[in-house]
Design a protein around this ligand. Structure first.
Ligand code: ZN
Length: 215
């Protein structure tokens, strides 16, 4: 209890944790509302990776919902405190200012590369036949995937496959708090929405670029 009180008295830590916490909840909340509307009004059905087929069993959805709520509402602030402590241990503090404008896209791109590379290799490792059944099997219980399935994973997988890759880029860069928030929004909501809403335009642009390159 005393430790909790000492944490609450650290204004910089409270600012950091509440900012990333609200950012995470707002991002996932907006995504959830968006996809619920799409599902309800049958919007963008042609953009689904898989057609809506057999919905996962209710027990599995309930288990995923409970785990996701626990993870996002309870474990997330604890992770945020730990990450703040590591950040301060390495860099001394978390910068609060935006970097120079031209640096912003490069920092986001760097975070993307780090996350994608780490996610790929941890995922691949988790599929190793000696590890799969102990850790990663839980995530693949969903045969027909839904949004909740994304975070339905063993705690070890969530830590090393999701949390560490997400934070490694900002940590290496000593990224400021605004960049961290932008990176979170970009890595979840923005990319998903762009792929959903603008995919035809992206496909057309890629086709034109490749056709021009081939000619
Ligand atoms: Zn897998």
């Amino acid at each position: 209890m005393e430790y909790l009180q000492s944490l609450m008295q650290d204004a910089d830590l409270v600012h950091f944790v509440t900012t990333v916490y609200v950012c995470n909840l707002a991002t996932w909340g907006c995504l959830a509302i968006f996809y619920e509307l799409c599902h309800h009004f049958r919007l963008f059905q042609d953009r689904l990776v898989r057609p809506v087929g057999n919905y996962p069993p209710p027990d599995l959805i309930k288990a995923a919902l409970i785990q996701n709520l626990l993870g996002n509402l309870v474990l997330y602030p604890i992770f945020a405190v730990l990450i703040y402590k590591i950040y301060v241990h390495i860099h001394g503090s978390v910068p609060l200012e935006w970097p120079a404008l031209p640096l912003i896209p490069f920092q986001i791109l760097f975070c993307m590369l780090v996350e994608d590379t780490m996610f790929y290799w941890t995922h691949r490792t988790l599929h190793h036949r000696r590890i799969y059944k102990y850790i990663h099997k839980q995530h693949h219980k969903f045969r027909d995937s839904i949004g909740l399935a994304a975070e339905y994973a063993h705690p070890v997988e969530n830590l090393f496959g999701n949390v560490v890759p997400l934070w490694m880029g900002p940590m290496l860069l000593n990224a400021s708090l605004p960049i961290i928030c932008l990176w979170f929004v970009d890595s979840t909501a923005f990319c998903t929405l762009v792929m959903t809403l603008l995919w035809p335009a992206i496909k057309l642009t890629l086709c034109l670029v490749f056709c021009n390159a081939l000619n």
